[in-house]
Design a protein around this ligand. Structure first.
Ligand SMILES: [Zn+2]
Length: 332
């Protein structure tokens, strides 16, 4: 089984001289059988040093591209004080994430990827997309964005710029708001795929584990875990359309039955497509902690179903116990 790791690279303590720590950590991962690191690019200060250390360890690298954290001037969703107040009152959150419908979003994210590919492309295995979606479907639909791009599109499709409370509940409104969000993200991913193909790079993505109707959504309806279909991240469509090479759903559920439900859904959704399926496995995530034996059970489940790749997510460095589990499966 090919094991990859999402690497936050937060372990570096000596910021002035990070290379020895990066080299030691990457060698430790490679020695356990890890083949690839998807590294959180915005946290890394020494990109060259990281790539050098990974090359020494024999690891493939894919920089982890996160639009909100990497855009210099992210076009934030435009919300009125009343909308923000209502969001806080009703959902206990205040989300002001960038608007994927804004042309600046596509322009800036593509420029970021082009810059990485130009500077480091010959040392990379691929590019890895994270958070290519809106942040939260309840917020998007109930608190619509008032940026100039959203207003102009609504003016064309509906004849108004901002919906009334009644419009918000109409099927034609919900359909078109969801569809135009999906179309903007599809166009961006399509551009990125063309760029990756030109440079000979793999285009992988961290995907919402909940594509359409996972039970997770009911467990955490506000911060939630999708569904991808309402957040503009229709990764099954992206697979059908050949605009992504590898899909890694973030299947972090600490309950094994839920992990299995999600896994079976992912296999059903991607059957017959040419996309490479790699299952994300949570070790320590916002969903909870999965102990080493439970990670073992998940990797065994993947192997039993013929899944060739797993990608482990851990907010902290891996302990030896986890690396022992990696060793057992990486060599099998
Ligand atoms: Zn907008």
């Amino acid at each position: 089984m090919q094991i990859s790791i999402w690497d936050h690279a937060k372990y570096v303590t000596d910021k002035a001289n990070p290379r020895p720590e990066m080299r030691a950590n990457l060698k430790r991962l490679a020695d356990a059988g890890v083949k690839r690191v998807l590294v959180y690019w915005p946290y890394l200060e020494d990109h060259d040093g990281y790539l050098e250390a990974a090359a020494e360890a024999g690891l493939q690298v894919e920089p982890w591209i996160h639009p909100e954290r990497m855009m210099k001037h992210p076009p934030r969703r435009v919300l009125t004080p009343e909308q923000l107040q209502a969001m806080r009152r009703n959902l206990d959150i205040e989300l002001r994430f960038p608007c994927p419908n804004h042309p600046e979003y596509r322009r800036q994210v593509l420029a970021i990827a082009e810059d990485i590919a130009a500077k480091y492309g010959d040392r990379l295995h691929g590019l890895h997309l994270d958070y290519f979606r809106s942040a939260n479907f309840i917020c998007c639909l109930d608190y619509p964005c008032g940026c100039e791009a959203c207003r102009a599109e609504r003016r064309r499709y509906f004849g108004f710029e901002m919906p009334s409370e009644t419009d918000l509940k109409q099927p034609w409104y919900i359909y078109k708001e969801t569809a135009r969000l999906a179309a903007h993200l599809h166009a961006l991913v399509s551009d990125l795929h063309a760029l990756a193909a030109r440079k000979g790079l793999n285009l992988s993505m961290a995907a919402r584990t909940n594509y359409a109707n996972s039970m997770d959504i009911f467990a955490k309806p506000v911060w939630g875990l999708g569904p991808a279909t309402l957040e503009g991240q229709d990764w099954t469509q992206w697979a059908d359309d050949g605009i992504i090479d590898e899909i890694i759903p973030m299947n972090y559920h600490p309950v094994l039955e839920r992990f299995a439900d999600n896994l079976d859904a992912h296999l059903r959704l991607l059957a017959g497509t040419r996309v490479q399926y790699t299952s994300g496995v949570g070790v320590y995530s916002s969903m909870g902690v999965v102990p080493p034996d439970d990670v073992r059970a998940r990797l065994k489940m993947l192997r039993d179903r013929g899944v060739q790749g797993a990608c482990l997510f851990n907010g902290t460095p891996f302990t030896d116990e986890y690396l022992q589990v990696v060793r057992e499966f990486a060599q099998a």
